[in-house]
Design a protein around this ligand. Sequence first.
Ligand code: G6Q
Length: 545
Amino acid sequence: MDRAAAFAALEAHRVEIASRRTVDFFAEDPQRFAHFSVRLDDLLYDYSKNRLTRATLGHLFDLARAARLEERREALFSGEKINNTEARPALHMALRNFSGAAVRVDGADVMPAVEAERAKVAAFARAVREGAIRGARGEAFTDVVNIGIGGSDLGPAMAARALSPFASPELTAHFVSNVDGADIADTLAGLDPARTLFIVSSKTFTTQETMANAASARAWIAQALGEAAVADHFAAVSTKLDKVAAFGIRPDRVFGFWDWVGGRYSMWSAIGLSLAIAIGPEHFEDFLRGGHDVDEHFRSAPLSHNIPVLMGLIGVWHRNIWGFAAQAVIPYDQRLARFPAYLQQLDMESNGKGVLRDGASSPRATGPIVFGEPGTNSQHAFFQLLHQGTEVVPVDFLIAAEPTEADDKHHVLLFANCIAQSEAFLRGRSEKEVREILRAQGLNSAQIDELAPHKVFSGDRPSSTLLYRQLTPRALGRIVALYEHKVFVQSVIWDINPFDQWGVELGKELCSRLAPLVADASADLSGLDGSTGGLIAARRALLPG
Ligand code: G6Q
């Protein structure tokens, strides 16, 4: 069976089950929760609240086989150059490999270099935390500012917030990314230069935003402490060591990684240095081990018990067969507040592609629009649309069984809210139920007729839940790696390359062309389109003088 036939079989199957409701599936199979959930140690993936049956899964596994998912997974892990447009492997799994097995790129084992860099990151993190490495005036560092953007920012920033209970109380990690000068100005406002360490994180060490912020940070240190202090207050993480040297960062403060690590997959590398300093090298290693747990699971579990495979295939079922265009991710975990933003990049930059690996146009929809905010806040904001809007948006709920350094009473309410929402999405509320409720409240029939349609919930809005024991470094590593592999699974089904990002390049290119025209008030705008030239001219008119 080829992909097209597998998709056609799924379409036909949808028609067959379209009149059935997920609540009926629960009624028919009292063991549905057990049958449609998978555990990985103390992590549980419950997908029973999606409108699917065993037959659906059978068709989805046929599709996975038609796309040669298992073969492609092996190609990923064995270091084939699956990032075909950049002729590179995608081996971020090597960064969290603790199996003792070699990982080869072009025949050479990369593990010795990975382990050496990991040890260097740990030693530096430890020295900063213990005050063995100090600023130019001999003071211990109290603040670490990571300067980076996209893949060199979102992962560590998300994780530092998620794991704040594990962080040293003596050190605060800050993240500056936007070229908007307000970002660095607001960050530096409360900081003492003598106690601040900057980490310039950039794979290419050419990214405009990061270079502009690094230059401002450098000037801030030089002005406060003198030019000679710069070397003591900067470290860098990059694959381009020559460019780092030119910036003036001491060679022993430079941490490397490799071109087979994509930016949005790089938080496991030295790009995680700010996180390692914040939470300590032991916790950082636990985070890596969480990622490794999932690599082993993804590589070896049969398709039917493989969490990233199930997550990916259910996403395809929703995206392509039901036509749901978006995916919400709702952590009921305030410390995962930046997780949706992190996931937006991981998913949308990876699978937001319109062409297949061979360059032909994709015959079907690819990556969904990913968005989210923590619960319960999001319940009081956009959940209205999720419950009663005209778009059906599948939801991933994330929640811990127990809180990390938070009040248990709050957590009971948090948990109850989370499952109340997924229950409401599943069951909805029929017109008959609404009418009974309104009658019991004493409304007359005219009032009931008027109100009832507004209070009906269709239900059958799909959701899955990831339940983990506690938001520890290891649990976070597992959650992140689950989503990484889910995105990979979908890319295989859609036959696209998830490891390039040409869409990001065009904006960078055009900005370099426009910046001089914005800077120079007398520059000729005649070659530009009316709106672009018009906006530059309007800005000129609004500026003082
Ligand atoms: C990620 C993307 C992109 C990248 C940033 C920063 O996969 O490639 O988000 O991480 O543009 O790039 P540098 O690390 O090279 O500064």
